[in-house]
Ligand binder design. Structure first.
Ligand code: F6R
Length: 355
């Protein structure tokens, strides 16, 4: 906890795989991802499907949630994210299935990919290589490739923007040019404000990390920001090595706000973080205020964050960037390497021993 977040050398020392650098280069990654997205060409027979499914796990699944959240109010085609081995019964030849796996070796995603092909779905692979790229090539499935070299979760610029590129290439949805430009501008500004060279006294990302230290983190979202709340949760888990969960409004108004009495020392061990937006439904905005009053009454520490920018896409991008910075600074406060994922590797190795 006494870790000095203004000591860049000490941070780099804890970060041999340069997760902080990956976060700092996020705006560049997004720009490169857009250039690749605009170049995607796919068979016209993949257009006009009734349903879109994104298959993926962890850092390769969250792009699917972001896509579904952004497009929910924009397209007629429902988007479902499948995290697991089994496909819904309705997946068939009238479904576009995008199998997203950074490594290309995630068994749940590979199982779903094979099943989608058996069902005759229009399948696209999104990956940096591995078995998925090899199988796709063997079976004549189009592959959208992007550069590897880091952790899957650090490649969210690719795994999210390239999904937008796929739906754009197939005419399901096109993000307005103004939204792209606004997001790029906001990301550049935030990148400067949250970066490692800005001292903690003036750096909100470092300050939030310190508030989050040694607490169970509950990240609350609503509408398009629920997927971002989930991203924060997973970044706190994987980067910071800290327990975290997410919840969403208005649903949490019907249960979560009642669970405030136990453990009796809850207020000492929890931090609630709400991701709020001026674009939220007016009643949702009202609910944020009333919910905050309830938390206050129970003396539960609560950080209320408001998204920057006009377009929901910009708001999502800006808050993703903030969450990534906070999670990495929190890793340093915890004395942890933000890239290390020993427990995930152990689990994957154990599973591989018993195929
Ligand atoms: C690791 C990470 C994980 C992986 C997940 C699936 O950085 O974020 O959540 O994304 O284990 O692996 P891939 O992405 O290779 O399919």
């Amino acid at each position: 906890m006494n870790f000095d977040l203004d000591n860049e050398l000490a941070m780099r020392h804890l970060d041999p795989q340069d997760m902080l650098g990956w976060v700092e280069r996020f705006p560049e990654q997004v720009a490169d991802a857009w250039a690749r997205a605009d170049a995607i060409r796919l068979p016209t027979s993949y257009q006009g499907k009734r349903h879109i499914v994104v298959l993926g796990m962890g850092g390769s699944a969250i792009g699917g949630d972001l896509l579904a959240a952004l497009l929910e109010t924009e397209t007629q085609v429902p988007i479902t994210v499948v995290r697991g081995y089994r496909l819904p019964a309705w997946v068939n030849a009238d479904t576009l299935v995008i199998a997203s796996s950074y490594s290309g070796n995630t068994e749940e995603t590979l199982t779903g990919f094979e099943e989608a092909l058996r069902r005759g779905a229009a399948v696209v692979a999104l990956t940096t290589g591995g078995t998925l790229a090899r199988l796709a090539e063997e079976k004549g499935v189009p592959v959208v490739m992007f550069p590897g070299g880091g952790q899957p979760r650090a490649a969210i610029g690719y795994s999210w923007i390239l999904l937008l590129g796929i739906v754009q290439a197939l005419d399901y949805y096109r993000l307005p040019g103004e939204a792209r430009a606004e997001a790029a501008h906001v990301l550049d500004e935030l990148n400067t404000a949250y970066g490692p060279r800005v001292p903690e006294s003036a750096n909100p990302a470092k300050q939030y990390a310190r508030r989050a230290y040694n607490r169970v983190l509950f990240v609350l979202g609503a509408e398009h920001l629920t997927a971002v709340a989930r991203r924060w949760k997973t970044q706190f888990n994987e980067n910071s090595k800290q327990w975290a969960a997410y919840d969403e409004l208005p649903e949490l108004n019907h249960n979560t706000i009642v669970g405030t009495r136990a453990p009796t020392d809850l207020a000492d061990h929890i931090l609630l973080i709400s991701l709020e937006s001026p674009s939220h439904h007016a009643r949702v905005q009202r609910r944020w205020d009333i919910t905050a009053t309830i938390f206050q009454r129970h003396k539960l520490p609560h950080l209320r964050l408001r998204a920057a920018g006009e377009h929901p896409f910009t708001q999502m991008m800006g808050l993703i960037h903030l969450g990534d910075f906070v999670s990495v600074y929190l890793a340093f406060l915890n004395g942890r390497d933000p890239s290390e994922i020993d427990n995930i590797n152990y689990l994957k190795n154990e599973l591989a021993r018993h195929p």
